[in-house]
Write a protein that binds this ligand. Sequence first.
Ligand SMILES: NC(=O)C1=CN([C@@H]2O[C@H](COP(=O)(O)OP(=O)(O)OC[C@H]3O[C@@H](n4cnc5c(N)ncnc54)[C@H](O)[C@@H]3O)[C@@H](O)[C@H]2O)[C@@H](O)CC1
Ligand SMILES: [K+]
Length: 480
Amino acid sequence: MQGIWTTERIRAAEDLLLARTPDGELMRRASFGLAAEVAGLLAENTGGVSGRRVVLLVGSGNNGGDALWAGAFLRRRGVAVAAVLLKPEKAHPAGLAALRRSGGRVVSIADSPQWIEKADVVVDGIVGISARGALRPEAAELVARIEAPVVAVDLPSGVDPDTGAVDGPHVTAARTVTFGALKPVHALAPQECGNVVLVEIGLRPWLDEPDLWRLELSDIAAVWPIPGPEDDKYTQGVVGIAAGSATYPGAAVLASGSAVRATAGMVRYAGHAADVVRSRWPEIVATGSVTDAGRVQAWVVGPGIGTGGEGREILRHILGQGVPVCADADATTIIAHTPEVLDARDPDTPLVLTPHAGEYERLMGRRPGPDRVAAAREAAKKYDAVVLLKGHCTVVAAPDGRVAVNTPRGSWLATAGSGDVLTGLIGSLLASGLDPWLAAAAAAQVHSLAGALAAEDVPTSASGLVDAIPAALRLVRAIA
Ligand SMILES: NC(=O)C1=CN([C@@H]2O[C@H](COP(=O)(O)OP(=O)(O)OC[C@H]3O[C@@H](n4cnc5c(N)ncnc54)[C@H](O)[C@@H]3O)[C@@H](O)[C@H]2O)[C@@H](O)CC1
Ligand SMILES: [K+]
């Protein structure tokens, strides 16, 4: 798993490391790595490094210092470097002196447009982890002129370092070069960061438990249930799906199909769409009602069951079974409107809730807001449940405070029925006995991987996602 640390934690670790490192050494390490990445991008985009033009946008802090030092390193490779100082009197003195010694030039803000227009790469050293809020007008005006690819120093300026939220003018980078450890912005704002490159500066020993996690494919491979020689259809976990209605069988077909594809365990379906589900997925044991569904090791409940009395009774019955439950879609709304249904739940049995922003508002009485990690954590505490907050980046919070972030590959999951597929994946993993937080986080990643594979750069559908699950799992197992 990749660890991610908030800027407060990063700063505390940097202080410990700085106290044990010669003056300027950390910035030298950071800016040397930064310069190598800028040179790499120049070579990729223009076929060379020497003679190419780089413009540095330099703010008043150490982020600008990194940019200036990197500029000095790039000069050694024959790059023409021009620095635009947003606050000349506050520019990092040692960095500025190094750039000047190396033959780099400093241009005024008034003269900068012609330089920015001719740049092969622009380096964003406006602000780093001490930034708050959007770009200020002067920086915003310069950034608006950029046409060349941008390498962001540590993070794209104007994007919140701890939430990834954007609230006004900001930098959109092709590449972000960060130092020492990943920060939340890198997982939560993939569109603004571009490719994220981590340069080691020796910080890791000074950081303890991360604030957030991101699963790697090898983590998913390690936990995804694969049948062994001792297994039969029951030992791998039976998942029950309570979804869909006679008029709207789609949710039932998608959630059940996703569960069929996810693991080799058995799938039971209970509800009004039994005939349709059986004809589409003959391997599913389908019945008309949850009361005669037979034994399962986990339940998925919600998609398409309606929010009226019948849906409520289905949910109440399932919550009383003493097995892990993934409550999705209509089940979320039922819980929000009649929280007393949760009285049926044995507090020791895991519950996974999967709200999108609107359902979150119903559950919590407010929108998730810009800090989606805090929002998910709060809901997880309130409901004593794993909360998977849907959005471009899915955030999965456990009641004990663990949070995983899924950084998606494109926006292919924004399609009708996509959530039904996710819930089927989560249910299968719960039935296999996996920790519910890991189950939800692993399912979210396989879901987005299936989306990218199904889409192959053109829009896909929820059925496409179901069909791509085997390819996604093959990829997970091949890479691990
Ligand atoms: N501390 C360290 O050991 C290291 C720090 N490094 C760099 O240092 C950066 C952090 O440097 P600093 O703490 O000096 O601060 P920054 O460079 O992030 O920000 C500088 C100042 O900009 C101002 N500011 C805040 N929001 C702004 C906005 N929206 N628009 C314009 N100005 C704004 C603030 O007054 C802030 O103090 C890191 O992001 C990284 O790039 C690296 O050199 C690695 C080592
Ligand atoms: K920056």
